[in-house]
Design a protein around this ligand. Structure first.
Ligand code: ATP
Length: 295
């Protein structure tokens, strides 16, 4: 892996705003004071519960929103003003777009987005993702449509790939082949990937770095994976799996949130309520298993 920088993030904070408006004074920031660099050739996995800020971060890295505070550079550029042609963002909303459910044959669809310029890579991806050029976009399953999206997004030679949960509806074989392809892109071409997912099966050998996000902050800044054993316990002999780490981190996050709600340090979220709609207090003990890193 090269030590050149693909992404640098400095003092980045962000609060969502209503369409066309400014953030409400009462709104909670989605990102708070993030700082990190991501080296070329690395694969960073963002781990965090629902609402932790992963998608917002990927959105900002993709230049889809104007920054409010802080600085983000992708290959040295401000992506909002100067979108690099070697940056690809793939998110889940694409498949919901009515335009991609038209009665159009996959080969025509891919040609309409430049497939003829990338014949060799396109054909390789058609194999890996098991996509048939004769499929009709309106008559395929969600997972199959996702596979077409991936061929479309990956067939050009990207140098930074931002992936937001787009492997969730792939079958296990296609997902496995895709991860191998992506890993190879980083090793052979020095491409860089930032990946947010909740599915950790088969992922242990994929990332080069992981981070833990909670409430829009990095609890663990992007760090080399596997993590140093001393992170887990002084006597540890084996790095826990990503799945067990995610379980432990997210259960800690939930416990902390409930503690802070009880102490009045944050607004109570939608939790269990009684018949009159009064929140049922949760003590963070009775509801949860005590996860350690061995699960
Ligand atoms: N369009 C929006 N308007 C207002 N608030 C938003 C909007 N999108 C996200 N948020 C808020 O920003 C915070 C971060 O959300 P984000 O979608 O980045 O989390 P996430 O880690 O990607 O979650 P998930 O795992 O569920 O996809 C959450 O509190 C969420 O409610």
């Amino acid at each position: 892996m090269s030590s050149e920088i693909a992404v640098s993030i400095k003092d980045l904070s962000y609060t969502h705003a209503p369409p066309g408006g400014r953030p409400l004074a009462s709104a909670t920031p989605a990102l708070r004071d993030l700082n990190c660099t991501i080296a070329k050739g690395s694969i960073l996995l963002l781990v965090g519960g629902n609402g932790a800020g992963k998608s917002t971060l990927l959105y900002l890295l993709a230049g889809k929103r104007m920054l409010q505070q802080g600085d983000v550079r992708v290959f040295g550029k401000d992506v909002f003003k100067d979108y690099p042609d070697n940056l690809v963002y793939l998110g889940t909303e694409w498949a919901m777009n009515a335009g991609v459910k038209r009665d159009i044959v996959v080969s025509d669809f891919l040609n309409s987005v430049g497939g003829h310029r990338h014949q060799e890579r396109r054909n390789h991806l058609l194999d890996i993702l098991d996509v048939d050029l004769d499929w009709h976009m309106h008559a395929i399953s969600d997972g199959e449509r996702r596979r077409v999206q991936l061929v479309m997004g990956l067939m050009g030679k990207w140098d930074l790939l931002l992936l937001d949960e787009v492997t969730v509806d792939l079958d296990v074989l296609v997902r496995h082949e895709l991860l191998l392809f992506l890993k190879e892109e980083t090793v052979k071409r020095g491409a860089t990937i930032v990946y947010a997912t909740h599915i950790f099966d088969g992922l242990n050998d994929f990332p080069t770095h992981i981070s833990h996000m909670r409430d829009g902050s990095f609890v663990l800044n992007p760090s080399p994976w596997p993590l140093d054993l001393s992170y887990f316990s002084p006597n540890g002999t084996q790095t826990p799996t990503l799945h067990s780490i995610a379980l432990k981190w997210l259960s800690d996050d939930r416990r902390l949130r409930i503690k802070e709600e009880k102490e009045g340090k944050r607004k109570q979220s939608r939790g269990a309520r009684d018949a009159l709609g009064t929140p049922i207090p949760r003590d963070g003990k009775t509801f949860f298993h005590n996860y350690d890193y061995s699960h």
